[in-house]
Design a binder for this molecule. Structure first.
Ligand code: G3P
Ligand code: CA
Length: 317
């Protein structure tokens, strides 16, 4: 019998899997089209970790997401001066650390101008709440290790890759040292790791380095370009205010998924689900999970009903 946490990993792998292929020359409506039964659960993705509850992009934020049963965590990755991959949203350290106090005179405090040893001296928690004083900026490897222990999936955003030439190769080398993250499941489930960026050329470079890993395009791909990107991309991930049901249907018809950000209000979550999206990226994964269950009648991130895992996963709720 599958261990419950092992099941969660399988579920997350399934959650990151793409919808069944849809051919354009059939009268059959696309799966997951608005108003039609879904073939897969809507996935809850904890934005920057559980960033509504803990300082964004930290191990504490991963723990906060896990504590709320998040299926997948979204994190941002950048590179230090000495070539280490760290988890950080802004391209400067100023907003979410005490860098200005620790290193006065080093403005503009770009991530790329500091070594990992220097970044290790920073407090990435106090700005959010003094309860998190001393929370460090994690490396990508540390985030993977924490997520692995927590059996949570990862949607990794490559932030401003133009500042970090070759970062896609650095990420793929890190992932090669963590083969469980990029392995497909025994039934062909795709990895519980996906990559996204607003820089679509970077996403394509990453796809070529890790072709088995799902890749997402952040933003809105013009409808007349979706088919081109569908040749290698797996997701289109726009702001929830920028899409309607027709757009989601067009993406699905091309065989891609839609994970929409950053959806924090229940009414906005309901509206996005009604448009047919596959995933909600939210600072509040527990709220997203509750709304997904209410709106779809299925637990967020739950496996497709034909897997035994779906039954076992009920223990999580
Ligand atoms: O996952 C999408 C979202 O994270 C993109 O926006 O600025 O929060 O990285 P941002
Ligand atoms: Ca992000």
């Amino acid at each position: 019998m599958l261990h419950r946490l092992g099941v969660a990993a399988v579920l997350t792998a399934l959650a990151l899997a793409g919808p069944a292929p849809v051919t354009a020359d059939t009268d059959t409506p696309a799966p997951d089209a608005p108003g039609r039964p879904r073939t897969a659960p809507v996935v809850d993705v904890a934005h920057r970790g559980g960033s509504g509850y803990a300082p964004e992009n930290t191990l504490a934020a991963i723990d906060a997401a896990h504590a709320r049963n998040a299926s997948v965590v979204e994190l941002d990755v950048q590179r230090t001066e000495d070539g280490e991959l760290v988890i950080m949203h802004d391209t400067t350290l100023a907003r979410t650390t005490d860098v200005e106090q620790v290193f006065p005179g080093r403005a503009p405090y770009d991530v790329a101008d500091f070594t990992l040893a220097e970044i290790r001296r920073l407090d990435a928690g106090s700005w959010f709440d003094t309860a998190y004083a001393g929370e460090p900026v994690p490396t990508l490897q540390e985030a993977l290790d924490r997520l692995d222990r927590r059996e949570v999936g990862l949607l990794l955003e490559v932030k401003s890759p133009v500042l970090y030439p070759g970062i896609e190769a650095d990420i793929s080398q890190t992932m090669a040292r963590n083969p469980d993250w990029t392995a497909s499941g025994a039934r062909g489930e795709r990895p519980r790791f996906a990559v996204q960026s607003f820089d679509w050329e970077s996403v394509e470079r990453s796809h070529r380095l890790m072709p088995d890993v799902p890749h997402g395009l952040l933003g809105v791909v013009p409808e007349d370009r979706i088919a081109d990107y569908a040749e290698w991309a797996d997701q289109i991930n726009p702001n929830h205010t920028r899409i309607d049901a027709d757009y989601v249907r067009a993406v699905h018809d091309a065989g891609l998924e839609v994970y929409t950000y950053t959806v924090n209000e229940p009414d906005d979550m309901r509206a996005a689900i009604a448009k047919g999206v596959d995933g909600l990226i939210s600072d509040f994964p527990d709220v997203a999970r509750r709304v997904i269950a209410e709106e779809t009648g299925a637990a967020a991130g739950q496996a497709r009903p034909w897997t035994a895992a779906a039954v076992l996963d009920l223990a999580r709720y």
